[in-house]
Design a protein around this ligand. Sequence first.
Ligand SMILES: Nc1ncnc2c1ncn2[C@@H]1O[C@H](COP(=O)(O)OP(=O)(O)OP(=O)(O)O)[C@@H](O)[C@H]1O
Ligand SMILES: [Mg+2]
Length: 445
Amino acid sequence: MNKKDLQRIVSEVEQENSLFSKKSSLDTFSTSRIIGRDAQTRELVKMFLGYRQGLVVPFVSVYGRSGGGKSTIVRFVCENLDDVRHCFVNLRKAKTVFGCANLILAELGEPNLKNAQGINLAMEKMGDSIEELLQQSGKKMFVLVLDELDALFLDKRGKPSDFIYKLVSLEEKLYEKGLLMCIVGVSNNVMTEFDLDDRVRSRIGSSEVFFEAYAKKDVLAILEDRAREAFSKPVDPAVMEYCAAMSSTEHGDARRAIDLLRVAAEIASVTSDHLEKSHVDQASQRLQKDRTGLILSTASHQFKLVCSALARVTLLSKESWHSTSMIYKQYQMVLGDDVRELTYRRVSELLMEMQNTGLAVSQTLSKGRHGYGTQYRLAVSPETIGIACFPDWWNDLEKRKGAFDAKRRTGNSPGIFGGGRGFAAMRKMTQNMQKKSWEEFSGFD
Ligand SMILES: Nc1ncnc2c1ncn2[C@@H]1O[C@H](COP(=O)(O)OP(=O)(O)OP(=O)(O)O)[C@@H](O)[C@H]1O
Ligand SMILES: [Mg+2]
């Protein structure tokens, strides 16, 4: 390569960037403007400022699906209320309950403690620090935001419930001194779903703020706001609509919607001077594949089995929504002899985790006098899941389904596979399958 070649590459890159005027507007790490979410903001303000009417809320559970703007809005409200001094910690950065305590201390500007010094000393230091911060700032209310609270409950040995109890007791001690504090737990699931002692449950109360998944009009408003700054010329409104519709039906996650628009524009910039629907389709496929691969590369074997169960039933039934009991049945079918079978409850938890990571979405249906039931639908294609989990198993399943379908179409003749390589194996497989009924193969009643 010589300098001329380099110059050519530079101009090609510049050409590709010409679609963008300020690409950083499609960044999801920063938010220059919040669009909507008035109801949730109002709820938070009511809870933080309730003390003015004599009501102090000790604990607020902020919950909802990923990318719903929970962290962004909680942070924004805390930073912009004059009465509030706050401390925001992301508990995902800690591996243990003691690590969480140290994170809070660090955020308060205190030195970290060693495990041996004990959690009680950590709580004392926290209390002193909060007292000092409130007195120095002259603010009325201290808000401790525990973002990604579910991470705390992964350390079962560290007694997460006790830790919450200690934090609430700290609030009570401060209250006796005339100092006000509120804890905000932010997570995908509501606080009451976590494993908490009754004494903690009764103390934290039931103040909740729910962030529902974004509907199409919300996603569109967020995307339009970003696009106005990001692109050098206006994007076709039909393409924006298409992007918003795809994001809202698949997940309702603003982060992923913005990513979709950015990747579509990156793909467009290589071959075109404007953004089209086909670029959005290509971006969606690429993002699904990348995302699924990333999540499943570090997932447990059991999690992959549950994902595969949902992928299997989606492929075989042509329906998209499936009940937990049907998925459990499929899970039992994909389970090998050498793998321990999980309980129904645990599989339900793993399905919730699928939802939290964005691989599935759920809906709750009333079953009349039998209460409520949850159904799940894959948010990515079943092939993407199957291939990322167990490629050989998936390819075999698709082949067997293909053979079943062919057998159904043409009666019992295995001749449809024609001659050539693999014919004998296929014929044997078809003969084997003829002994089995579809019900047995699919697991449907
Ligand atoms: N109402 C909104 N207005 C503008 N941008 C938004 C809005 N909601 C979300 N976003 C964008 O989406 C990104 C993700 O939002 P955020 O991190 O607040 O979601 P979250 O609900 O905390 O998700 P998670 O459960 O994954 O932590 C934000 O960084 C922001 O860029
Ligand atoms: Mg968040």
